[in-house]
Write a protein that binds this ligand. Sequence first.
Ligand code: SF4
Length: 186
Amino acid sequence: MKLLSDVPEGESVLLHICCAPDATYGVPAMQERFRVTGFFFNPNLHPGEEHARRLQATRQVQEYFPFALEVEEGGEKEWEDAVRGLEGEPEKGRRCEACIRLRLRRTAEKAKSMGISAFCTVLTVSPKKDASMVNRIGREEGKRAGILFIEADMKKNNGFLNSINVSKMLGIYRQKYCGCRYSTRP
Ligand code: SF4
């Protein structure tokens, strides 16, 4: 297990960004120790306008906390394939595991292709995410790709509260559902 504090300061890290509000906490928290490049890859987002909205809000965060941002489009078919048969699962269940795995696998592969030796995600800022699941998937995908996954539970130390406050201060879009069409159900 590699926690934030175990990894040498100044390391380059590819940080998966699922949405702007989570990035308002996750990006500066990681920038305190590392050289951060953001990675926006979220083929789970539905409808397409939602993807555009969240990306645009992420660019607003990028202006405020300057960082390099890689954006990867596509992946929708892979996502549909990954969650097929899991449509009725509750949040934090097996559909979410498949969805998070797809995104972290791509992040690990991207980091490797860029010569970046570590990756992480801001997904754990949300109290709706099971940090132990996210970290387990990250470890597994890091092992698979042969690079380091930095484990974290970013909702701790008021991370979630901080994300709400900074998002309000910046006036950025805060979504009301996780992202896929199944998470829009009442
Ligand atoms: S609820 Fe969220 S994490 Fe789960 S499958 Fe949908 S978008 Fe992915």
